[in-house]
Design a protein around this ligand. Structure first.
Ligand SMILES: Cc1cc2nc3c(=O)[nH]c(=O)nc-3n(C[C@H](O)[C@H](O)[C@H](O)COP(=O)(O)O)c2cc1C
Length: 393
């Protein structure tokens, strides 16, 4: 990332999870309710474990925002981990104290599918606790908070980013979803799996129930849509400027995402060219080039083409299983059962929210790369100047 940068810190059961965001222009209005709504959305979904009932994430903005607006300084956000004080302060102390050795909660039976083994080898630790604490998807809360700020920026320019669930286990939505449908299902926080089709959603719920009964887990597919994106973000000129690649990395980096698809990429690969390209027309009234279809998912040559950006993430089934898998102990090397830590059974809707945040950050970066501006007024002038250029093209 270049113009809009962010990093996170924090362990799953440490004092808190932190996010820093740099590069947002000054003067951007910050509505904390919107930020907290994103955090709330990440905690929803049928098939989540007990943790979401404990954590009620609220963004504690510690820097970079004054009087409801950004000031051009880095933004720092802290999210408290509710169980730190009561359950983990002794087990994960910053400094040793008398008796701290006995208070440890080591994890020596690495769980297949987690970073436990690879991380322990890499960092030369015989306790995978420190690996899993950071690898945990609790970290997506920080990404979601950072992404909410990117959404605030993009929202100033009419760009909205939402997601819905396309598949859970073997239950799959077999049609495309209209933007208005996605908006409606996202507005309904009671929706169990954020699927636009009630019948399909019922089948998805049954998949989660079956997995839960069997001590198993399920994966699935979410689809993120960015609506109102102008043509011309990203570039075809260098490999690392191509926005399709940048969006793919952003989504692939979300825990448990193992494949990313842009537009109808997977289906297109097994179709004829005549079936998958999107013909170009011109709408004189709107003074815009238009497409009757969007198989390309809003990107051609690594550049946005003015259509909705559509990115799918494929999540593997959650690795932690109540019906534990076989593993080898890190110290004794003996065959043991993998450790079980309280776990979700299905996280596809939450994965979608985390991916929305990642898309917002990557798109926000591309947006500021094109329009720049140290104040929101400057960014807006640049944006409007470009819109005039497109109108007069
Ligand atoms: C929102 C979200 C919640 C997750 N919750 C769990 C969980 O409760 N238990 C689990 O085993 N994995 C969970 N995962 C997945 C793991 O964090 C992930 O599989 C693991 O860190 C290994 O990384 P990798 O799958 O990307 O290789 C979750 C993922 C996401 C996106």
């Amino acid at each position: 990332m270049g113009k809009l940068r962010f990093v996170t810190a924090g362990e799953s059961h440490g004092a808190g999870i932190l996010a820093w965001i740099s590069g947002l222009p000054a003067g951007l209005p910050v509505d904390l309710e919107r930020v907290n709504l994103e955090l709330r959305r990440r905690q929803l979904g049928y098939g989540r474990g007990g943790r979401q009932k404990i954590e009620k994430d609220l963004a504690d903005v510690m820097a970079g925002v004054r009087h409801g607006r950004t000031i051009g300084a880095p933004i720092a956000i802290r999210l408290e981990n509710k169980e730190w004080e009561t359950k983990w302060k002794q087990a994960l102390p910053v400094e040793d104290f008398e008796g701290s050795e006995a208070a440890r909660r080591p994890l020596t039976a690495p769980r297949p599918g987690h970073a436990d083994l690879a991380g322990s080898l890499k960092f030369n630790l015989h306790d995978a606790r420190y690996i899993l604490e950071r690898a945990s998807a609790r970290e997506t809360a920080a990404r979601t908070a950072a992404g909410a700020f990117a959404k605030l920026l993009l929202g100033e320019f009419g760009i909205e980013i939402l997601s819905h669930v396309v598949a859970v286990g073997h239950a799959r939505l077999e049609r495309s979803a209209a933007w208005e449908e996605i908006k409606a299902v996202c507005a309904n926080l009671e929706s169990p799996l954020r699927c636009v089709d009630a019948e399909t959603e019922a089948r998805m719920k049954a998949e989660v129930d079956a997995a839960l009964r069997a001590g198993n887990s399920v994966g699935g597919i979410f689809e993120v849509v960015a609506h109102g994106v102008p043509a011309g973000l990203g570039s075809h000129a260098q490999w690392d400027e191509k926005l399709d690649g940048r969006l793919a990395q952003a989504v692939m980096s979300v825990q448990a995402v193992k494949a990313v698809e842009i537009g109808a990429g997977v289906e297109n690969a097994v179709s004829y060219g005549s079936e998958v390209q999107d013909p170009i027309g011109y709408d004189a009234q709107r003074r815009r080039f238009v497409r009757p279809s969007n198989h390309a998912g809003g990107l051609e040559g690594g550049i946005t083409n003015g259509e909705d950006i559509v990115v799918r993430g494929y999540l593997k089934p959650i690795s932690t299983l109540r019906r534990a898998l076989g593993t080898a102990d890190l110290s004794t090397k003996e065959a043991v059962e993998a450790a079980y830590e309280r776990s979700d059974v299905c996280v596809v809707p939450a994965g979608g929210v985390a991916a929305e945040a990642m898309i917002a950050l990557a798109l926000g970066d591309a947006f500021l790369e094109k329009f720049g501006g140290d104040s929101i007024e400057e960014t807006r002038r640049n944006y409007l100047g470009y819109q005039r250029q497109i109108d007069e093209f």
